[in-house]
Design a protein around this ligand. Sequence first.
Ligand code: VG1
Ligand code: CO
Length: 543
Amino acid sequence: MKVETVRTATINGQKPGTSGLRKKTRVFMEPGYLENFIQATFNAIGGAQDKTFVVGGDGRYFNREAIQTILKMAAANGARQVIVGQNSILSTPAASHLIRLNGTDGGFILSASHNPGGIDEDFGVKFNAENGGPAPEKLTSKMFDATTTIDHYKIAEAGDVDLSTLGETPLGEMTIQIVDPVESYKALMETLFDFDAIRALFASGFTMRFDAMHAVTGPYATEILENTLEAPSGTVVNGTPLEDFGKGHPDPNPIWAKSLMDLMMSNQAPDLGAASDGDGDRNMIVGRGLYVTPSDSLAILAANAHLAPAFKDGIAGIARSMPTSAASDRVAEKLGIESFETPTGWKFFGNLLDAGRVTICGEESAGTGANHVREKDGLWAVLLWLNILAVRKESVADIVTNHWHRFGRNYYSRLDFEDVPSDQANAMIDSIRAKLTDLAGQEHAGLTVVSADEFSYLDPVDGSLSENQGLRIAFSGGARAVFRLSGTGTQGATIRLYLEQAVEQGGDTQQNTQDALKDVLQAALEISEMETFIGRTQPDVTT
Ligand code: VG1
Ligand code: CO
C-alpha cells in the first residue's frame, strides 16, 4: 500500500462543539478539511498505530465518501483494524456499543444528528473514546489544539473499499471488518428488556407508529419492532435512510415530526407514537392525545425502570443536563438515590456512568439513555416505554398523569431563536451575565428572583471543571429560566431559552403548559432585554 503524505495548512475553527465538529456539508467537502480533522484526532490520541476503531454514520449525504477517506487515513496511520457498518451505516448508540463490545480504541461517527442533510445542509464528525462515549472535554481540547498545529496528513493511495458485503477485507496492512449494523445492537436490547412481554403486548392488539424520519433508525426499528417483536408491518414509517432525510429535519419533536403528532392527536391515534433523529440517539414519545416532554419521560422511565429486566434490582442514580427540568430529581429523591446536574451534552454523563454513580441519564432535547452504552439511545427509550406499558397495561396518558399526581409536575418548554447574528447573541448573553449578581431580590413579571448564576460543573469523578455552561435564574414559586447558546448550529448563533415552572405534589398539574409558563417567559424577556438586543421575541421553534 502506498502512503501519501499531504502537506496541509491549519484550518481555523475546527473546534468540536456540544456533539463533535458540525459544519455545512460543503465545508467538509473542501479539500483537506475532513482530512485535517481526522489527522488531528489521530494526533490527539497519540497516533493510530496498531489501534482499532469503529466507523459508521447516519447515511446522510457525504457519509460514504467521508468513510472511505477515514478508512484510507486509518490504514496510512498504521491502524490494525476498523469495524465498519455495512453500507457505511451505524446509529450513534450502535457505534457506542460496538466500541465497547470489541474493546476498540474509539470510533468515528459521521452525523450532524437532527440537522438536515444534503450538499447544502449539514455534516458532522464525532469521535468517541474507548468507553464508547463522546470525547470528553480534555480530549476535544487536545483535538482542537492539534488542528492548530497540524502540517501534514497521511492517506493511503488506494481505491474505494466495497462496504456492501459482510466480512473481512484488507486495506494494506489494516483489516476492515464489515458488520451488520443492527445485529449486535439487537442482541444487546434482548438482554435488557422482556421481549416476550412486549411481543405479547403487540399480539394483544396494542398499536404503535414509529417514525424513523428517513434516518438511521429505520433498519433498527424494522428489525426489532416488526421482525422480532411482531408489531404489525407498517408500524415503522419512513424506515429507509435517505441522504437528505426526505428533505426534512430528522428531529423528533412536535414541530418536525408533525405528521406523527397530527396522527396522535386524531381519533385514529395508535396507543403509542415514537420517533427518532438522524443518528438514532434521540427519541420522542407520544401517547394518544398526549405528548410526553423529554424531561417528564426521563423521570417516568427512571420511576418505572425496575419493571424491565435490566433494572430489576433498581437504579444507582439519575443524571440530567442542567437545562433539563427537575422532574427526575423528584424521582431520585423519592427513590433515595443520587441525582446529578451536568452541562449540556452527553459527554458529561460518561464519567458518572463509568463510575457506577448513575444508571439512567437524560436531556431535555429528547435524549435518554442508560449504562448499556455511553450515548443517548432513541430506540432503547422506546423499548423501555414498551416494556413498562407491557407490564402496567395502562395507557401512556394514564401513566403520565399518575406520575404527576404522585411526584408533582414540572411544566417545561424550550424556545429556540435561530440564526441570530453572533455579535447580537453574544451581546445579549454578556449583558445578562453582567447583571447576574444584582438580580437576586428583583421582581420581574410578578416573580421574585431567588438566585442567578452562570452554571459551571465540577466533575465529581475526575475533578475537571467546565465553565460557562449556561445562565440560570431561579424565581420564587418554583420557576426557572435558563439562557444558553447552542453548540451544534452551523449558521449564526442559536439562543436557547429554557422555561420551567414546578408544581409540587398536590398542586394543579392539569394546566396548559404555555399558560403555566407565561410569567416566567415574561420575566426572562424583561431581564434579557431580548427585543433590544436581537430585535425579536418570537422563537423559531418552541418545544
Ligand atoms: C443540542 C442539545 C443537547 C444535545 C446536543 C447533541 O445541543 O441541546 O442537549 O446533547 O444537541 O445532540 P446544543 O448545544 O445545540 O443545545 V445530538 O442528537 O446532536 O447528538
Ligand atoms: Co442525535
